[in-house]
Design a protein around this ligand. Structure first.
Ligand code: UDX
Length: 496
């Protein structure tokens, strides 16, 4: 198929636009490939900064673009600036500013792309990260249906949808007496009564000040505009999170598609093709050879995702806790893991830690995570409870230690440990003794019980993406709806 037109005038053409961070770039690229496999054309809108990182970090695999050569003419990146100079560090603390600046560039760009008249290349619908509330507004304005893709878990979304009403009723923010308020139950979500406390909500619900105000504004805009989305795409599966769907539907009446885990979905539909990377950091594959030499289920994998940062003191607690547990570990220490403002000597210390790993441990800057989690030597995962990491652990059937830090991670950790019972929670205070205890609990004393639940969900995840499974059917439903939208568009164009 040729994206340039002629007989392809009715070929659906989707514009995909992820948040400019690792997790959504990864899951939305997987969705892009699933759509290409179904004969849908995709334009993937990405910031120049992330595009360059993606090309650079995947070049030893032939580069991310070469993977899409299998679908000639069906996929292309469209690169835009995020409005920041290239040498800007774009640290976690700058995230909201990056989003604001990106909005300034993306708004006129989206309008232009949606209205582009090019024959055979006209965008017939959009799939954008749910945070980009302005994209739904623009879609309604110019008559292009725009779907929302949620990169957080449906359970978190279910809670988040209730936060505006808590603010409206004056129940949030709860900041007067922090200690006591933190423990106040949040019982607004049907089926989650008794589960959540105020301390599980995002920080802007518990603090005041300019940063909280900025986050709250972004959040409220997202929740408010979600209703304008043509449909809602969720990266999860019914057997895990089906019970939250009726509640989500009371807030979002348009169609909901639960098509995940997209990671496993793509793997299944690609059958035997080797895995390929969507990493923004270069993967250190030597850790796989190291894992090959370790006994089955003997290693704990430790990674805090792409955004979390640690102080030097926390990093040392993690190191001592791991070493004194006596359990083998594979630890991802991103080059930017240390909180900004640390000393230069802190970086030297990290380099020393990497060099001084005993035979029991291995430290890498970035790992091929899905491959690592699937490895038989891995017995558990100490994670920050980011949604992609959680799903990848569920697919692999590996139990977790949850050390959540921000936004959705706090709710995910609670659901993982208390509802699905596939993990244990590490309290906010992260000292070496608690770490040692938790690692031993996960890898030894509670191993069998947690592993059994984790493997049950792994089986359900895999079944959901097999032919006839819930996510398989839901993805087909989405693709049919995308096709239908493009034929309506084609019909309108040819009859006018
Ligand atoms: C962010 C937020 O932290 C999280 O709360 C939200 O759910 C999504 O956005 P992030 O820190 O990127 O997420 O974590 P996560 O969602 O777990 O995604 C990380 C991705 O990076 C995963 O797909 C994982 O496979 C990949 N990864 C991580 C690697 O490939 N190698 C690594 O070494 C570490």
């Amino acid at each position: 198929m040729d994206i340039a037109g002629g007989e392809n005038d009715a070929v659906p053409h989707v514009l995909i636009f992820p948040l400019p961070i690792q997790s959504p770039v990864n899951s939305m690229l997987k969705l892009a490939e699933l759509l290409c496999l179904a004969g849908v054309h995709v334009t993937f809108l990405i910031t120049k900064h992330n595009h360059q990182r993606l090309l650079h970090s995947t070049d030893d695999d032939g580069g991310v673009e070469s993977r899409f050569d299998r679908y000639p003419g069906s996929f292309r990146f469209e690169v835009i600036s995020d409005g920041f100079p290239e040498d800007h560090p774009r640290s976690v603390d700058d995230f909201l500013d990056v989003l604001n600046s990106l909005q300034g560039v993306a708004e006129p760009h989206l309008r232009e792309v949606f209205l582009r008249p090019e024959k055979g290349r006209k965008v017939t619908c959009g799939i954008v990260e749910a945070t980009f509330s302005y994209a739904f507004e623009i879609g309604s304005e110019v008559g292009v249906p725009v779907f929302a893709f949620e990169t957080i878990s449906p359970c978190c979304l279910g809670v988040f949808l209730c936060i505006p009403q808590l603010f409206k009723a004056g129940k949030l923010p709860l900041i007067k007496d922090l200690g006591e308020d933190q423990e106040t139950p949040v019982d607004v979500v049907p089926g989650m009564e008794g589960l959540l406390k105020v301390r599980d909500l995002p920080r802007f619900c518990r603090t005041e000040g300019p940063q909280a105000e900025k986050s709250r504004k972004l959040f409220m805009a997202e929740i408010h505009s979600l209703r304008k989305a043509h449909g809602l795409i969720l990266n999860s599966f019914k057997e895990l999170e089906g019970p939250i769907l009726p509640h989500i539907r009371t807030h979002f009446p348009n169609t909901t598609y639960m098509i995940g885990p997209v990671q496993q979905h793509l793997k299944t539909r690609l059958a035997d093709r080797p895995p390929s990377s969507n990493s923004l950091w270069r993967e250190d594959k030597t850790c796989i050879q190291w894992l090959d030499e370790q006994p089955d289920e003997s290693v704990i994998y430790v990674s805090f995702g792409s955004l979390s940062t640690l102080t030097m003191a926390q990093l040392m607690e993690v190191w001592h806790g791991l070493v004194s547990s006596g359990v083998r570990f594979l630890w991802v220490l991103r080059p930017d893991i240390l909180k900004p403002g640390g000393e230069l000597s802190d970086q030297n210390m990290v380099t020393q830690l990497k060099k001084n790993c005993s035979q029991n441990g291995q430290i890498v800057s970035w790992a091929p995570q899905e491959q690592v989690l699937a490895h038989p030597a891995i017995g558990g995962f100490w994670t920050h409870s980011g949604w992609n990491s959680t799903l990848e652990s569920i697919i692999a059937g590996k139990p977790m230690i949850c050390w959540a830090q921000i936004v959705d991670q706090l709710i995910t950790r609670r659901v993982v440990s208390e509802v699905w019972k596939i993990g244990v929670e590490l309290e906010d205070k992260c000292d070496r003794l608690s770490i040692e205890k938790m690692v031993k609990e996960l890898m030894r004393s509670r191993r069998q019980e947690l592993k059994k639940s984790a493997q049950k969900f792994s089986k359900l995840a895999r079944e959901s993406v097999n032919n006839g499974g819930s996510s398989y059917t839901s993805l087909d439903h989405l693709i049919n709806d995308i096709r239908r939208l493009s034929s309506i568009e084609h019909f309108e164009n040819t009859s006018s």
